[in-house]
Design a protein around this ligand. Structure first.
Ligand code: C5P
Length: 240
């Protein structure tokens, strides 16, 4: 059984209001994407990592992967592929590239991780792999701390329609891992039905497969808005 990682990094990141997509911004002197790559390269069972980027970024990312790959020991294990207009398309393209590289057998495992979650740690990655080996599908999820409300959008904002008990809620993080055969079939169904999910688990759930949850952490934040970079720097300092 082989384990592959896919890092979708083809987003344009409009919420960050930065001069370039957030995955290329620097955190402690290293591009965010490289932090994420290092974490997966450090996970013992991950065989190869596929990064999906916009076509005009391919050259730049390949040269960064070359430069940092030597330094951090992931040279030759990282492949850059073209992403798509949605995150789902980016992941499908990378999954196809894994198959073209003669990987991605039915029982192999693929982990999808937001390139913009640079603080993921190897231990959580390993726990996700174990959960996928046991259940076929697993995501990292963070228990909700705040009380969660369901709302109805109105012209002036929103109106609360109900309260969802916190014990029934987790916030989906990444990595999200699946047996390759299961993910391929779920994507094929989604494509046929014109369904586009905001994460891979939603595609697998609608295919009728149970998805297990591995405990996540607030440290594994998704760099999204101004201020997140400063918080990520703080966590990195704490880690030493
Ligand atoms: O937009 P969002 O924050 O959900 O993006 C999550 C991840 O998906 C990011 O790493 C982003 O670069 C990636 N993405 C992608 N292709 C897209 C849109 C987002 O690879 N078309």
């Amino acid at each position: 059984m082989q384990v592959f990682a896919i890092l979708p990094a083809a987003g344009v990141g409009t919420r960050m209001a930065a001069s370039q997509p957030k995955q290329f911004l620097e955190l402690n002197g290293l591009p965010i994407l490289i932090h994420s790559l290092r974490a997966f390269a450090a996970a013992r069972r991950v065989t190869a990592i596929y990064v999906a980027v916009r076509r005009n970024e391919i050259e730049r990312v390949e040269s960064q992967v070359g430069e940092y790959g030597e330094k951090f020991g992931f040279a030759g294990r990282v492949f850059v592929v073209e992403g798509g207009d949605t995150r789902q398309e980016s992941v499908v393209n990378a999954l196809n590239a894994i198959n073209e590289g003669r990987g991605g057998d039915e029982e192999d495992i693929v982990l999808v991780h937001d390139a913009v979650r640079p603080l993921i740690d190897a231990a959580t990655i390993e726990r996700t792999i174990d959960a996928v080996a046991e259940h076929g599908a697993a995501i990292v999820g963070l228990p909700a701390i705040d009380t969660v409300k369901q709302v109805e959008r109105t012209a002036h904002g929103a109106l609360v329609t109900s309260t969802i008990p916190r014990e029934f809620v987790v916030l989906a993080q990444t990595p999200q891992g699946f047996r390759c055969g299961l993910l391929r079939r779920a994507f094929a169904e989604a494509t046929a039905d014109g369904f586009v999910g905001t994460d891979e688990a939603s595609v697998v759930e609608r295919a009728g497969h149970a998805v297990a949850v591995v405990p996540g952490s607030q440290v594994n934040l998704k760099i999204t808005q101004p201020g997140d970079l400063a918080l990520a720097e703080f966590y990195l300092r704490q880690r030493g």
